[in-house]
Design a protein around this ligand. Structure first.
Ligand SMILES: Nc1ncnc2c1ncn2[C@@H]1O[C@H](COP(=O)(O)OP(=O)(O)OP(=O)(O)O)[C@@H](O)[C@H]1O
Length: 329
């Protein structure tokens, strides 16, 4: 049985054996569709007030996972429980209510803002559509308050997104997400489109807001150093599967899975001192993943057993879990 990434207190979000598959039509009308397993048997819990970093190379399923948690992507099987309630059974009205609870910040800050709306209208929109009990005057007050809180000015409310820098647009996106006071914030690569100096400012802002409002956060990124700055725990994905998970510091200082080690060895300035940690070759096509362990074709320590038998995600001590035949007995 695969281990569940479990927080200390009772979870706000529980993901169980989640699968998201895409059926891709062949080039000819008579050819059989191919199945792309973007998310495969993913399990984790997220506690109130906790930030879980999700890291992995491009195409490993991070965004698909995030989109499935906010109802933007239908799930193939498995369960998502929010505060004990299954999200898959929600109808349109149920999802509307849930959008007050779960909000998302997107990767491309400018593209995620409607260019025809003023910044004030953009931030007011979730209040207008999700909180009808809030009157216009209170809405205006909250918009001004949130623009200030994210480091802009209430005077910016009549300007348009193209008048702002990428970092400022991401601040607007954060204000829009938090104005309805969600309990869970899903950030999908929120800083990867920004300059490095601006990245740090946005990370600090998110970290401050997370503490101030006791938010639970899923923070998705391919950049390990960014994930390390903000996460309490980290989950490493490869080809739709969890390879390793654990508390941030132990995972970063003592990575156990060969894939996690390879990711860390690729970070400039990291000196793990083991040349063989480097992952060989390219990521295989997700349409035909390797048999057995999906990392086997790039793994420096794989043996024939790895190509036959997929390793389960085994629970180790101190909240760690690893899916590797060579770790944990
Ligand atoms: N709508 C879709 N139809 C078909 N395949 C898809 C669809 N969305 C994603 N995929 C595929 O699912 C896999 C996972 O994609 P996903 O975008 O979730 O990965 P990611 O880790 O977020 O990558 P990136 O960092 O590049 O966004 C990829 O192989 C991708 O091509």
């Amino acid at each position: 049985m695969n281990a569940v990434l479990a927080p200390a207190s009772s979870p706000l979000l529980s993901v169980r054996r989640l699968r998201v598959h895409f059926s891709l039509r062949g080039s000819w009308p008579w050819s059989k569709p191919s199945i792309l397993r973007a998310v495969e048997e993913v399990n984790f819990d997220l506690a109130p007030g906790e930030t879980l970093g999700i890291v992995g190379e491009s195409g490993c399923g991070k965004s698909t996972l995030a989109r499935s948690l906010v109802g933007l992507q239908p799930v193939t099987s498995g369960g998502i429980l929010y505060d004990g309630k299954p999200l898959q059974t929600l109808d349109a009205e149920g999802w509307r209510a849930m959008r007050r609870e779960i909000q998302m910040v997107f990767q491309d800050p400018l593209a995620s803002l409607d260019p025809r709306m003023t910044v004030g209208d953009i931030v007011a929109e979730p209040l207008r559509s999700l909180c009808p009990e809030i009157d216009a005057a209170e809405r205006e007050r909250r918009v001004a308050q949130w623009l200030e809180r994210v480091g802009l000015s209430a005077a910016h409310r009549n300007r348009y997104p193209h008048e702002f820098s990428g970092g400022q647009c991401q601040r607007i996106g954060i204000a829009r997400a938090l104005v309805v006071r969600p309990r869970l914030l899903i950030c999908d690569e929120p800083v990867s489109a920004l300059d490095v100096s601006v990245q740090a400012q946005i990370i600090n802002l998110l970290r401050d807001l997370q503490k101030e409002f006791g938010l639970s956060m899923l923070f998705i990124a391919h950049d390990l150093s960014v994930v390390r700055l903000i996460s309490h725990r980290v989950l490493v994905m490869y080809l739709g599967r969890i390879m390793e998970q654990g508390p941030r510091e132990t995972l970063f200082t003592q990575p156990l899975h060969p894939y996690t080690k390879a990711l860390m060895a690729a970070v400039p300035g990291q000196h793990l001192g083991e040349r063989e940690l480097v992952a060989r070759g390219e990521i295989p096509s997700p349409l035909s993943p390797p048999l057995g362990c999906v990392f086997t074709t790039r793994c420096p320590i794989a043996d024939p057993h790895c190509t036959r038998q997929p390793p389960p995600l085994k629970s180790l001590s101190r909240g760690r879990a690893v899916a590797c035949h060579f770790v944990g007995g």
